[in-house]
Design a protein around this ligand. Structure first.
Ligand SMILES: Cc1ncc(COP(=O)(O)O)c(C=O)c1O
Length: 417
């Protein structure tokens, strides 16, 4: 994560640079290293081997051999270029079919392909936001939004997820954030399940968020890159996906980087739901945005039906891996004893776990202690905008033998306070 290299937000205030230069203010990032980057650079200089419990690059996790999947991109069919802005019809149909297999409605003429989910966000911001308009984003969540928004001259307003209530959406705060924007709030982003909290939105929350969006003329942008990774059966009150009949214009995002562990293949999809007239207009406008870039490569689009057909053989082992690591984490917590001042926050799915740790030192100090004393890397909660200090985030993707050993040390170490 490039953004994790820099100080927390990575963004400077609105002060212009002193010396005249040809660069935009929107790219005037604060590029000072954050404490973790400095720590890791020092460890690398010292030749220290570290155990990385933040590893979430699926191509390094040794879960499934994806080489045969990547090889599909080498097929000669990819040698001819005949671009179609919204995506090749067979690829769009394959995405729709993958939703049908999950029991979800999807229309292939309402599928838009892009090079990634991140790119899909930027297209949606272009579609929905004038300069200075606002997008409402959850906190805590995935730290890329500030960068994506800044690059499109969009402002963000955070709406809280209430940790004490299982990261329930603070619907009052969401409505107020929309009111305060005085007609300039254009979209609500939901990450479903959220990264790193792992929470799936509850059905009643989803309905209310839809009503709030419709009332304020906003769209929903729902990032479902982790939706196929629940930890077991979802509780009945949770919505498996926003794909379905929706009151507000709704964009459901996904992509190969999580669904098939192929971030390097660069393909994302956006499905459009909601009132027909709005969907049709959105698709027509997105077609022109997509036509401007034509960014999804032909080889990956043509391989998509075969790639998606292999989904189950990839996702099963990933779910087994996250379950095994979660179980190892829970065993370590049980071993630490009931009185230990460390616990895992409940999660419904995804690739991460959050540990609540004693606030006897701040998160950076915990991270530093774990690196210096044990050679183990974890992320501080503030990288994800947790509402206060006292949280560490780990990935559930590392190899089980490595994860089990390291997480036991982490738990034992923080349990001492
Ligand atoms: C919640 C979430 N959305 C989107 C992405 C990026 O996906 P893509 O590779 O399709 O841009 C990530 C990557 O970590 C993520 O965690």
């Amino acid at each position: 994560m490039a953004r994790a290299l820099f100080s927390h937000s990575g963004l400077r205030s609105d002060e212009p640079s002193c010396a005249p230069n040809p660069f935009t203010q929107r790219t005037d990032w604060d590029r000072t290293e954050n404490p973790l980057t400095t720590l890791l650079a020092a460890a690398a200089r010292a030749g220290r081997e570290l155990t990385d419990l933040t590893e979430s690059n699926p191509t390094r996790a040794g879960i499934v051999d994806t080489e045969p999947l990547v090889a599909l991109l080498g097929h000669p069919r990819g040698a001819t270029y005949a671009p179609i802005s919204l995506g090749h019809p067979k690829a769009r149909a394959a995405v729709a079919a993958s939703f049908h297999e999950r029991g979800l409605p999807a229309r292939e003429d309402r599928v838009v392909l892009s090079a990634s989910t991140s790119e899909a966000y930027t297209w949606l911001f272009k579609l929905l936001c004038e300069r200075g308009d606002r997008v409402l984003v959850p906190a805590p969540s995935y730290p890329l939004f500030e960068f994506l928004a800044r690059l499109e001259d969009v402002e963000l307003a955070a709406y809280p997820l209430v940790r004490e209530e299982g990261f329930r959406i603070d619907l009052g705060a969401l409505d107020r954030a929309a009111e305060e924007a005085q007609g300039h709030a254009r979209a609500i982003v939901l990450v479903h399940p959220n990264n790193p909290t792992g929470t799936f939105v509850r059905r009643d929350e989803a309905a209310e968020v839809g009503r709030i969006a419709a009332r304020h003329g906003m769209a929903l942008i729902v990032d479902e890159v982790f939706a196929e990774y629940p930890h077991g059966a979802l509780p009945a009150d949770r919505l498996p996906s926003f794909a379905g009949e929706r009151e507000a214009l709704t964009f459901v995002l996904g992509g190969l980087s999580k669904s098939l562990l192929l971030p390097q293949c660069k393909l994302g999809w956006t499905l459009v739901y909601g009132p027909d007239a709005l969907c049709d207009e959105a698709i027509a406008r997105l077609e022109l945005i997509a036509d401007t870039y034509l960014s999804a490569s032909t080889p990956v689009q043509l391989a998509l039906p075969e790639l998606l057909a292999a989904r189950a053989s990839v996702q099963g082992p990933v779910r087994a891996r996250t379950a095994e690591n979660l179980a190892a984490l829970d065993r370590a917590l049980v071993a630490a004893g009931e009185d230990a001042a460390v616990r895992r926050l409940p999660t419904d799915g995804g690739w991460y776990a959050i540990l609540e740790v004693p606030r006897t030192r701040d998160e950076d100090a915990w991270v530093e202690t774990l690196v210096r004393e044990h050679g183990i890397v974890v992320h501080p909660g503030y990288f994800f905008d947790m509402e206060r200090e006292g949280f560490l985030v780990v990935s559930l993707l590392p190899r089980p033998e490595v994860f089990a050993r390291a997480i036991e040390i982490v738990v034992t170490s923080v349990a001492k306070g």
